[in-house]
Design a protein around this ligand. Structure first.
Ligand SMILES: [Cu+2]
Length: 157
């Protein structure tokens, strides 16, 4: 009857090893606390950074500062989302908490008349969630020298 004593612990060990394979990723969806705060700067007429990327869908807070001389605001739009700050006087900051429930592209722009057409827009990309080590690259914006905006593409006034 010694065999029983040997077999039982062996069986326990086997089941202990094989049983706990693979965590089922409990993805907490819904509106939790913001995953990240994205800082933006606005002036005439640009939004910095021009390309915003976040790793996955979720709730994000946009912290926007008006570094310009006139009133600006910030709107985030796309995939069923449309939210904006109130008017931001020069030197003021505002925050906008947005639930980006879908991956894909969103538009970020200044909703004040004509500002977007003059260049106050940025792209926001929400990644697929599989990205390892969420890289928030806010470094790849072009360095535009000089304040003269000579990019008048449309003359439809
Ligand atoms: Cu503006």
């Amino acid at each position: 009857m010694r065999r029983v004593w040997i077999l039982v612990p062996a069986a326990l060990l086997l089941s202990a090893c094989g049983g706990s394979s693979g965590k089922s990723g409990a993805s907490s969806s819904g509106s939790g606390p913001p995953l990240q705060t994205v800082s933006l700067s606005e002036k005439e007429f640009s939004i910095t950074p021009k390309a915003i990327k976040v790793a996955k869908a979720g709730t994000y807070t946009f912290d926007v500062k008006n570094d310009g001389q006139i009133t600006h605001a910030l709107e985030v739009e796309g995939n069923g989302v449309e939210q904006k700050t109130g008017d931001l006087d020069p030197g003021k900051s505002g925050t906008l908490t947005v639930h980006l429930s879908k991956t894909g592209s969103y538009e970020v722009y200044c909703p004040i008349d004509g500002h977007r057409q003059n260049g106050m827009e940025a792209s926001l990309t929400v990644g697929g969630g599989g990205a390892m080590g969420g890289t928030t690259s806010t470094e790849d914006h072009e360095t535009t020298t000089g304040g003269t905006t000579t990019t008048k593409g449309g003359y439809g006034y």
